[in-house]
Design a protein around this ligand. Structure first.
Ligand SMILES: O=C(O)CCC(=O)C(=O)O
Ligand SMILES: [Fe+2]
Length: 224
């Protein structure tokens, strides 16, 4: 299997699956195409995996079109940074449903070792090259009252190229980078771990863009 490098820096490389799509999500169905074993090895090492072309081309085209026609409002995340969020959530709501299908949840559980994932909940956001938008180091627990987020997912929904906007994942308080990832292919997803020993951030977009992603979480079924 060829290991395509999907990160900006080879020393933090996140091996993908070449042109093989591990999972294909369409408007009506989800197909598992690669067994979880090899992605599980990547996840162990990098605490993240890439899902190349997660979204089928026709689904992606229609979501991109809806993003273009949608409206976005400024969203300040306390002490972390700023960006724009889709409002009302149309593409975000559609992806919440399509990414919560059991076949995908069970595959992600097998890859990551997480259990009882119930659904994906997220929204579409845009980061602009304005010298302002970015997200500082955080772990996604600050606004997670239920404490149910187990994994993060971002899906690239950009239709303009951009410089900057790298995503970084590291062990808390260290410079030991586990993953440094650049979303440069629309429809491709990154799934990353959320845990007490980890934090992540998004660097400023330097030019072009906006960098548009669906960003959300796999949440665990509550035991109550
Ligand atoms: O945009 C990204 O790559 C990650 C966004 C993020 O960390 C968040 O929404 O909490
Ligand atoms: Fe986050």
């Amino acid at each position: 299997m060829s290991a395509s490098i999907r990160t900006a820096f080879a020393d933090h490389a996140l091996p993908g699956h070449g042109e093989v799509r591990p999972i294909a999500i369409g408007a009506q169905r989800t197909d598992v195409r690669v067994p979880p074993d090899a992605p599980a090895q990547v996840f162990l090492r990098h605490r993240a995996i890439e899902c190349r072309d997660l979204l089928d081309p026709d689904l992606l085209a229609s979501l991109l079109d809806r993003c273009r026609r949608g409206s976005f409002v400024v969203d300040h995340v306390d002490r972390l940074g700023s960006r724009e969020v889709e409002s009302p959530q149309r593409v975000g709501a559609a992806l919440n449903i399509m990414l919560s299908r059991p076949a995908f949840l069970r595959w992600v559980e097998a890859v990551t070792g997480r259990h009882d994932l119930q659904r994906v909940e997220g929204r579409v956001v845009q980061t602009r090259a304005n010298g302002l938008d970015a997200l500082d180091w955080h772990n996604d627990t600050h606004d997670d009252a239920a404490g149910a987020r187990r994994l993060g997912i971002t899906v690239n929904l950009s239709d303009s190229a951009y410089e900057g906007g790298d995503f970084e994942l590291r062990l808390v308080g260290t410079n030991a980078m586990l993953t440094r990832y650049r979303h440069d292919h629309a429809g491709t997803a990154l799934i990353f771990d959320i845990a007490g020993d980890l934090e992540h951030r998004v660097l400023p977009v330097l030019s072009g863009g906006p960098r548009r992603v669906f960003t959300g979480w796999f949440v665990e079924q509550s035991s109550s």
